[in-house]
Design a protein around this ligand. Sequence first.
Ligand SMILES: [Zn+2]
Ligand SMILES: [Zn+2]
Length: 290
Amino acid sequence: MQTLPDFMREFLRADQELRRRSNELERDLWARFGLNGFCFSESVRDARSYEPGKMESLQKSEQKVTITSTILGPSCDLTRARFTLVRVKADWRIAGLGYFCRICAGTGRAVSPKEPGTVKVCLICGGLGYFVPANLKAPASTAPASENLRSTKPDLDRFMHEFLVAQRALVARQVEIANEMWASFAVPQFRPANLATIKRQWDDQTMVHTFNESAEDAVVIATVVRTWQTESRVRYTVSVSNNVWWITGLEYACPSCNGTGSYLREKDGATEEMVCMVCRGNAWFPGDCS
Ligand SMILES: [Zn+2]
Ligand SMILES: [Zn+2]
């Protein structure tokens, strides 16, 4: 029988390979729809995204083992986005992208955290109502060549429709390869998230809301899927069945207290322990859909 450390090393390597393939698919999407040079580039992403997660601790009891590891995992949600497009020859290309700022609800103004009661320019989006994601690399120059302006008028509606369809296909493929990976390591009734359900929601809710088009550029507001990577502490439960190790459970550490359930706070020169308000001391959240 395979040793447990070997099993976990193999799993973490497969997980890393999944992220690499997922990123590659995403890069293809932006290479097709973005202006030359526009990308959510790997080089912009944290280099750690290609290192396998590390095992922190291992707890054993009879046939069940719990392993804690910090991994960089994918996150995604539906969000409103503001696309800036430019005309390139007879078509459009995405030259800029900002996501709706939830802190100020897109107004660009928010209550100052230091002076309650006063409204100031939102610090997250700098007053724009949309923020540019950190891992986005936008091309330096977006000025279209003048010859482009005389070409046939490209159809903005068709371009955005094709983009949304391609993005949904990308997400569907990412779900597929994730399920393939999990099928080799986890028991059949366990999967990390019910992505099929989420995907249906994406199919229904991603859409173009408004667009503002001029001769050489356009601004489009659309609801899209935003994907990004977050580092999180994960606790895997692993069991033996038919002489093979299988992952049977997964939990995420509370991002606020990092899985400890409490904070230490300095007060009047003494250190006191406070129960975490986000997880109410539970420390771990279930990470599967079974
Ligand atoms: Zn804002
Ligand atoms: Zn917590």
